[in-house]
Design a protein around this ligand. Structure first.
Ligand SMILES: [Zn+2]
Ligand SMILES: [Zn+2]
Length: 132
């Protein structure tokens, strides 16, 4: 299988990975919510040997959101790209920054105990683009 490619919003940073090694989860924890500015973040574990920065790595910035957990993002456009705990053999890719379809589909919502009270799925209208 050819590598999957991912990038930040401004395209300055690119990465590639050989495969997602763990299931896709939508993480609702409060640190993901704040970091991503979103109700939840779609994430999946990738073994370190399967993940590579391929351009713009000098533009990466990072923030330690809890002890030992470092979140890496583009210092120019702010896209959250990957998080890691240095002691772990895998990194946690922010799946929504992939430009290719990894083939897998999400298996779980995790940390829903941290959900914001306004998060709802039922009775929410859906539009392909702006509402008409
Ligand atoms: Zn960027
Ligand atoms: Zn999280």
């Amino acid at each position: 299988m050819p590598p999957l490619h991912g990038s930040c919003l401004c395209q300055a940073i690119g990465y590639e990975l050989d495969q997602l090694d763990m299931p896709i989860s939508h993480c609702h924890c409060h640190t993901c919510r704040k970091a991503h500015g979103a109700a939840f973040a779609s994430t999946a574990g990738v073994m370190r040997e399967h993940f590579r920065w391929i351009k713009g790595a000098d533009l990466l910035s990072s923030f330690q959101s809890s002890p030992g957990k470092r979140r890496h993002f583009c210092s120019r456009c702010g896209s959250q790209l990957m998080a890691e705990r240095l002691a772990q053999p895998h990194v946690i890719v922010r799946v929504a920054t992939l430009d290719d379809d990894p083939g897998l589909r999400p298996q779980a919502h995790i940390w829903t105990a941290h959900d914001v009270p306004w998060l709802a799925y039922a009775d929410v209208e859906e539009w392909d683009e702006w509402p008409t």
